[in-house]
Design a protein around this ligand. Structure first.
Ligand code: NAD
Ligand code: UDP
Ligand code: UDP
Length: 356
């Protein structure tokens, strides 16, 4: 407690937020917007573990209290039901800004990316807090460069059905850089590539959550389009490590945070079939197995693809490796079973109905 008080006194003495790194570590007050969501709640766990005081700001649009309720009762933890589209007054040292309707089924109707980011930047400016934006690989649109490097400006349709997300995040990046250059706000920008793991929304339409829920419910796996489009899937603990390194480090970014392993949706479907459909079969996690032709028993249903669906996506993470000393550690084959366990429990309760 004393040391926390000391940090805040030091903070006001050292104007401009230049607290020595040693002091930064103890008792920081950190806001995580969207902290009741999938990525946010894992980040909150790490920050709480580190001894920081965490304020979650969430409107529970897709987030769930269950994701953070293990911290209820801890005096270092607070939760505020609040829509970041409305102004917010708090006194904090760091802001992790994750609040965003983040999946195609949710993001269409909401100005969170622009207005919410503006408000959180206004907050950062007023209190001298460091601000981290969780941007997205979607800023690259349907990329004409492969893999995507941070210097690539992207290929985004400004009026398509996905635009409010892509362009919303691009605008959020612009706002962050303007507040950085114009008002001296310390900003950090992460461009996150597809991330999966426990606590993902079950029915938000993303491919990984769809496949595992479908496989557990013994429904066909829905592959959109020809299934040859690629994505790179990162396990959530790797992302959280990258976000924290970025926040603590001296580089503004943007940084790609993603796992460079690239899979087609058909390959992903096959991995699920192995993991969920036949859990006792030892799955040899080599690329050649993943790339085998689809097991004829795996029920796959092809559906029309959504408009403007990017054909390829794979991060170039050289910059994050060099400047943040970060790279993902959890391979798809290691991360997927952890998510299957979580989904099995959430879909079937503690019974083993879903096991086969
Ligand atoms: P999520 O939907 O689980 O979490 C988002 C959280 O924000 C939810 O708890 C939701 O209730 C909250 N929220 C939404 N609108 C809000 C508002 N107006 N005010 C307050 N809270 C609000 O999604 P996630 O996967 O955890 O994504 C977190 C962040 O990471 C998002 O900014 C997303 O764009 C970014 N991102 C995620 C991925 C991924 O693959 N998961 C990829 C790229 C970028
Ligand atoms: N804002 C906020 N909390 C704060 C400070 C600002 O929510 O502690 C909001 C504020 O309401 C405004 C936005 O952030 O809508 C941008 O604030 P800024 O001070 O940069 O702009 P201004 O209010 O001068 O237009
Ligand atoms: N997709 C699919 N089946 C599904 C859901 C999605 O084949 O049930 C495809 C989708 O068309 C896209 C890819 O999987 O090509 C990744 O979609 P997701 O929404 O998970 O992420 P994003 O498009 O944002 O990368």
């Amino acid at each position: 407690r004393l040391s926390e008080k000391f940090v805040y006194e030091q903070r006001s003495v050292n104007s401009g937020g230049k607290i020595p790194l040693g002091l930064r570590r103890k008792g920081l007050r950190i806001v995580v917007t969207g902290g009741a969501g999938f990525v946010g709640s894992h980040l909150v766990d790490r920050l709480m573990e580190r001894g920081d005081s965490v304020i979650v700001v969430d409107n529970f649009f897709t987030g769930r209290k269950e994701n953070v309720m293990h911290h209820f009762g801890n005096p270092r933890f607070e939760m505020i039901r609040h829509d970041v589209v409305e102004p917010l007054l708090l006194e904090v040292d760091q802001i992790y800004h994750l609040a965003c309707p983040a999946s195609p089924v949710h993001y269409k109707f909401n100005p969170t990316n622009v207005v919410g980011t503006l408000n959180m930047l206004g907050l950062a400016k007023r209190v001298g807090a460091r601000f981290l934006l969780t941007s997205t690989s979607e800023v690259y649109g349907d990329p004409l460069q492969h893999p995507q490097v941070e210097t690539y400006w992207g290929n985004v349709n400004p009026i398509g059905v996905r635009s409010c997300y892509d362009e919303g995040k691009r605008t959020a990046e612009t706002l962050a850089m303007d507040y950085h250059r114009g008002a001296g706000v310390e900003v950090r920008i992460a461009r996150i590539f597809n991330t999966y793991g426990p606590r993902m929304c079950i029915d938000d339409g993303r491919v990984v959550s769809n496949f595992v829920a479908q496989a557990l419910r013994k429904e066909p796996l829905t592959v959109y389009g020809d299934g040859k489009q690629t994505r790179s899937f990162q396990y959530v603990s790797d992302l959280v490590e990258g976000l924290m390194r970025l926040m603590e480090g001296e580089h503004v970014g943007p940084f790609n945070l993603g796992n460079p392993g690239e899979f087609t949706m058909l390959e992903l479907a096959q991995v699920w079939h192995h993991l969920v459909g036949k859990p006792r079969v030892r799955f040899e996690p080599t690329a050649s197995v993943v790339q085998e032709t689809i097991d004829p028993n795996a029920k796959i249903e092809f559906r029309a693809n959504t408009e403007d669906d990017p054909h390829k996506r794979k991060p170039d993470i050289t910059k994050a490796k060099e400047q943040l000393g970060w790279e993902p550690k959890v391979a798809l084959r290691k991360g997927l079973p952890l998510m299957v366990t979580d989904f099995r429990q959430r879909i079937f309760g503690d019974h083993k109905e879903g096991s086969s």
